[in-house]
Ligand binder design. Structure first.
Ligand code: CU
Length: 172
């Protein structure tokens, strides 16, 4: 757990560097007719048992596809979840049939919607790390990639590009 203390202490300095340099880490990966971008997650507080995973999937094909499962060596268990409103409260539940990516459309996994849920975390995620994941799609098959670990409370790479200063100020 000592590295968590170190990273907490270094957080302010890292945030400053990130603010000057902009989103320093991004990549995209293709599998079949799918292009996956904006792969990210958040650093976890000490002893956090879970973390969310987020990404954007563009389907350039003529047929729908479906994200059916994900795995990571850093988590004992990984599920696909969705947030939804129930009686005025946001609740989280498993995405029963995975996450559909309609033909010709783009689906974004984000903190307020569909997401990957890393459970039974072994060490937690530290800012700047890469979290290896294997994503399995119904038609396109499996692809091995990674998520960039952003700061605790980060709104994500897309939001940071759109209105970074406001979001970062609000997060502190
Ligand atoms: Cu969840």
């Amino acid at each position: 757990m000592s590295r968590h203390i170190f990273f907490a202490a270094a957080l302010a300095a890292l945030a400053l560097v990130a603010g000057i340099a902009g989103p320093a880490s991004a990549h995209s990966i293709k599998v079949g007719s799918l292009t996956i971008t904006d792969l990210w997650t958040r650093a976890t507080p000490p002893n956090a048992p879970t973390a969310g995973g987020y990404l954007t999937i563009e389907n350039a094909g003529d047929e729908p596809d479906r994200l059916v499962s994900a795995t990571s060596p850093l988590a004992g268990r990984v599920e696909l979840h969705q947030m939804s409103m129930k009686d005025g409260t946001m609740i989280m539940r498993p995405a029963e049939n995975g996450i559909e990516i309609p033909a010709g459309q783009t689906v974004t996994l984000a903190p307020s919607g569909f997401h990957i849920m890393f459970m039974e975390l072994k060490d937690g995620f530290a800012e700047g790390e890469k979290v290896p994941v294997v994503l399995t799609f119904e038609k396109a098959g499996s692809v091995e990639t990674f998520l960039h670990v952003q700061a605790i409370g980060s709104p994500g790479p897309a939001a940071e590009m759109d209105h970074g200063a406001d979001e970062q100020g609000a997060a502190q």
